[in-house]
Design a protein around this ligand. Structure first.
Ligand SMILES: C[S@@+](CC[C@H](N)C(=O)[O-])C[C@H]1O[C@@H](n2cnc3c(N)ncnc32)[C@H](O)[C@@H]1O
Length: 277
C-alpha cells in the first residue's frame, strides 16, 4: 500500500513529462524498441496473462505488450507523473489487445498486488532513481513464482559519432557525469542489471545489448533533444553553465547535420530475470 503521495516517494526526475515529452519518448521507442521487444519475447510475452509496466511514461510499451497478450490479458501501468498517465490514457490500444489499467504510482511503492504478475517490465526508469535496488526489490515482489522481470536500461557514457567529434564526449564529461553525482543517480545502471536481479532474488535468464548507430531521421538527434531539455534542469544544480551547455549542443547539431555523420546511441541492455518457483 502507498503510505505517501507518489510524488513524494520518487526522486528528482530531470526530464519533462506529459505532452511536452511524448515525441521524445516516441523517439526512444524508435531507437530502443528493438531490444525491448526482444527482451519481452525472451520473457514469453505471448504466453502472459497479467503484466505490469513500471514507469510507463506515455504507455508506449504498455500498449505493445497489451497487443501481444490478447484480449484476455491485463496490463497494469504506473508512472509517478500524472501528466504521463493522462497522455497514456488518451491513446487507444489496438483492437483485441489486453486491457490496460493506468495509475499514478511510484516504482518504490507500486501499490499493485504482490505475487500476481507473470511479467513485470521497466524501461529507462532505474537510471533516474537514487535507489534502483529498492525499486527492483519491489518489482520482484509483484511477480508470481516463475514470473519474469524485464529490465531495460542504458550506459550513457558511450555515445559517439563516426567520424568522431569532441562535443558528445565533452557533454558526457562536463554535464552527464557531474549531474549524476550531484543528484545521486547512475546513468550507467544498465551495466548493473544482473547484480540488481540477483540482489532481488531473481535468476538472470538472458541479457541482450544493443547500440543502434544512425545516419538519418529524427532518431539521429535523440541525444541533442534530450540534453537540450535536461540542461534546463542541470544548470540550477551548478554542474554546468547554460552557455557552455548550449555551445556543446550547438556543436553536436552542426556535426550531425552532415548526412555523412553516423551517431551511436547510448548502449542499452535488456535483462530478463526469473523468480524461483
Ligand atoms: C525515460 S521515461 C521512460 C518511460 C517508459 N518506460 C518508456 O520507455 O517509454 C522515464 C519515466 O519514469 C518515470 N519515473 C521517474 N521516477 C519514477 C518513479 N520513482 N516511479 C515511477 N515512475 C517514475 C517518469 O515520470 C518517466 O515517465
Amino acid at each position: 500500500m502507498t503510505s505517501q503521495p507518489p510524488d513524494q516517494v520518487g526522486d528528482n526526475y530531470v526530464l519533462p513529462t506529459g505532452r511536452e515529452d511524448k515525441s521524445r519518448l516516441d523517439l526512444i521507442h524508435a531507437v530502443y524498441g528493438r531490444v525491448s521487444e526482444l527482451g519481452l519475447q525472451a520473457a514469453a510475452i505471448g504466453a502472459v496473462s497479467r503484466a505490469a509496466d513500471i514507469g510507463c511514461g506515455t504507455g508506449t510499451v504498455s500498449r505493445w505488450m497489451a497487443e501481444r497478450m490478447g484480449a484476455s490479458g491485463r496490463v497494469d501501468a504506473i508512472d509517478i507523473a500524472p501528466e504521463q498517465i493522462d497522455v497514456a490514457k488518451s491513446l487507444a490500444a489496438a483492437p483485441g489487445a489486453a486491457s490496460i489499467h493506468y495509475a499514478v504510482g511510484s516504482a518504490y511503492e507500486p501499490a499493485l498486488p504482490e505475487t500476481a504478475f507473470d511479467l513485470v517490465f521497466c524501461r529507462l526508469v532505474l537510471c533516474h532513481l537514487k535507489e534502483p535496488e529498492k525499486a527492483v526489490a519491489q518489482m520482484a515482489k509483484l511477480l508470481r513464482p516463475g514470473g519474469r522481470l524485464v529490465l531495460v536500461d542504458l550506459d550513457l557514457r558511450d555515445i559517439f559519432t563516426m567520424p568522431p567529434c569532441e562535443f558528445y564526449p565533452a557533454f558526457v564529461a562536463e554535464a552527464v557525469i557531474p549531474l549524476q553525482a550531484a543528484i545521486g543517480v547512475d546513468y550507467s545502471v544498465g551495466l548493473r542489471l544482473h547484480g540488481l536481479m540477483s540482489e532481488a532474488g531473481l535468476a538472470t535468464q538472458s541479457i541482450l545489448a544493443d547500440q543502434p548507430i544512425i545516419r538519418e531521421g529524427p532518431e539521429k538527434h535523440l541525444w541533442e533533444k534530450t540534453w537540450t531539455v535536461a540542461l534546463q534542469r542541470a544548470v540550477p544544480t551548478g554542474v554546468m553553465t547554460l552557455e557552455r551547455g548550449q555551445e556543446l549542443i550547438a556543436g553536436m547539431e552542426r556535426h550531425t547535420a552532415n548526412p555523412d555523420v553516423w551517431v551511436a546511441m547510448a548502449k542499452i541492455f535488456a535483462a530478463v530475470g526469473r523468480k524461483p518457483s
